[in-house]
Design a protein. Structure first.
Length: 527
């Protein structure tokens, strides 16, 4: 007989609001919500003064290869995250043997401890019973292109498009939730709308979602990126005979721009959602804003040879400064806007947490020269936290988060000695700042944005609500104390106010500490 767990004394958060109720769980499923009498043999969990919420879904995570790392999963669970969506920005391990992502995205996803091939099925299987949290997977279009076209720029041939589409279809059959692109990364930067639309035809047919880091750096270029997404959705949907829903990754721009462009998608008849995190600064590969794409596209050995070629240094120095200073978010003061998060070269470890200008001054080098030297020494494995020229107050972010299509996404990167605090703080920060302090969300709003809508958008089945028949991914939240403690100065500090978490009915966090249980699963597309 399955042992029953009864969560008593708390208040359940639902679409209707907050109401006092107990919750009974048997096996992996919630069986009762209301007044529940505990019986002999039940495990009773006291939820007095706490809210019972569905587990949060991080729809944009870079924990792809780190779901067995106890420090990473502790940081997720302390925020109430029970599911992450991996495969973002067009680059991750599957399909293929994982070598491309392990090299190119080493500073973002890191290496995978076990995946060496086998496609989406093997990636999802690597999560089953190996983590306390769940993971879904969107097929990375850049990785797909690399498998067929390698690193070369330019359009794919008809035969290559067909081969790529076949890889996407196979990944969807294995349980992938959709397709992702990263159109400022390599090789996504070489993929045009017609190529992406061809890859999205099987996605639309399977009922998946197209997820995109749009082309052109957002901000002033947002309209072009949104128009391209709408074009892709139209083309793929027409070819598949089924509509293609879209999801905009880390949609950060002026609130009026964001809201106007979401309205444009709606006017075009596109079913659109998006994620945006509650921080001003971003984080990315250092080479992306500084190096010409044709250099970033090279294998590490060849890129290092270019970066250390005396005949190319002056050209690269000028290109680096020009690209950064013309960036809408960085601008002329770019050396002050870049803070080192991860540097693979041990001899530069002292620079972690320093701005490029400060680190370059300490080394006695001009900023562009120092950046190129660090990139070469690290074989391009460098990431950086990026400040912005015009920081937006929380009240402006609140306007973005109020949109009904917003979902919770951290864009969390766990690689590095001094990462962005969003990896450890995003979901607790939503609750602290936007529910308790600003009051722009109710607790019901938080549940919808962070659980119910993500579960529905990404086809996670019976997740995202506290109701009979739902999978018992549950979080107990202290509404008076829940808060992020991670900062730009102390980015790994853990969230507080969430001390008990269940995944599929199994306690994975108790009294603030991991239990050691590993009920997490690779989640396959469900409808």
């Amino acid at each position: 007989m399955t042992q029953r767990t009864v969560i008593r004394g708390g208040s359940v958060v639902s679409a209707a609001g907050v109401a006092r109720a107990d919750v009974a769980v048997e096996g992996t499923v919630i069986t009762q919500v209301g007044s529940v009498d505990a019986h002999r043999g039940d495990v009773v969990l006291d939820a007095s003064d706490r809210l019972i919420m569905p587990g949060f879904v991080d729809v944009h995570s870079h924990a792809d290869g780190m779901l067995g790392d106890p420090d990473v999963t502790r940081a997720l669970l302390r925020q109430g995250v029970t599911t992450v969506i991996a495969g973002q920005d067009g680059v991750s391990y599957a399909p293929g043997d994982g070598a491309f992502a392990t090299g190119y995205f080493a500073a973002i996803n890191g290496p995978h401890p076990t995946y060496t091939g086998g496609g989406v099925a093997a990636y999802l299987a690597s999560v089953d019973g190996a983590s306390p949290v769940n993971a879904g997977y969107v097929i990375p279009a850049g990785t797909v292109r690399f498998e067929v076209c390698g690193r070369r720029p330019g359009p794919a041939t008809a035969g290559e498009r067909a081969a790529m589409a076949a890889l996407v279809a196979a990944g969807l059959a294995d349980g992938a939730l959709g397709l992702s692109t990263g159109l400022d990364y390599v090789p996504g930067i070489f993929q045009d709308a017609s190529e992406i639309a061809a890859l999205c035809v099987p996605v639309a047919a399977a009922g998946g979602v197209y997820v995109s880091h749009m082309r052109g750096g957002y901000e002033a270029n947002t309209a072009a990126g949104i128009a391209e997404m709408a074009d892709i959705a139209r083309r793929a949907g027409a070819e598949a005979g089924s509509p293609l829903p879209v999801h905009v990754s880390h949609f950060h721009a002026d609130a009026d721009i964001v809201l106007d462009q979401l309205a444009a998608l709606e006017a075009a008849g596109v079913d659109a959602t998006f994620d945006a995190y509650p921080y001003i600064r971003g984080c990315t590969l250092l080479g992306m804003p500084l190096l010409p794409p044709e250099v970033s596209a090279l294998p590490a050995d060849e890129a290092v040879a270019v970066l250390t070629d005396p005949a190319r240094i002056a050209e690269l120095r000028a290109a680096c400064a020009t690209r950064a200073s013309r960036s809408p978010s960085l601008g002329p003061e770019w050396p002050d806007m870049i803070t080192f998060a991860h540097i693979a070269a041990a001899r530069y470890a002292w620079a972690h947490g320093l701005t490029l200008r400060a680190a370059a001054a300490r080394a006695g080098r001009p900023p562009a020269d120092f950046a190129l030297e660090v990139l070469a020494a690290s074989r391009l494995e460098v990431s950086a936290v990026m400040a912005v020229r015009h920081p937006r107050p929380a009240t402006e972010l609140a306007r973005i988060f109020a949109h009904p299509g917003h979902t919770g996404g951290s864009d969390g990167i766990f690689v590095g000695a001094h990462p962005h605090p969003r990896a450890a703080g995003t979901f607790a920060r939503y609750l602290r700042e936007y529910v308790r302090e600003l009051g722009t969300w109710t607790w019901a709003d938080a549940s919808r944005h962070l659980s119910a809508l993500p579960a529905r958008r990404f086809g996670l089945g019976r997740r995202g609500v506290v109701a009979p028949g739902a999978i018992a991914d549950l979080v107990l939240v202290d509404p008076a104390t829940v808060a992020d403690t991670a900062t730009y100065e102390s980015p790994r500090s853990l969230a507080i106010g969430i001390d008990d978490v269940l995944v599929a009915g199994v306690p994975v966090l108790r009294d603030g500490e991991p239990t050691g249980a590993l009920p997490g699963r690779g989640l396959r597309l469900a409808h």
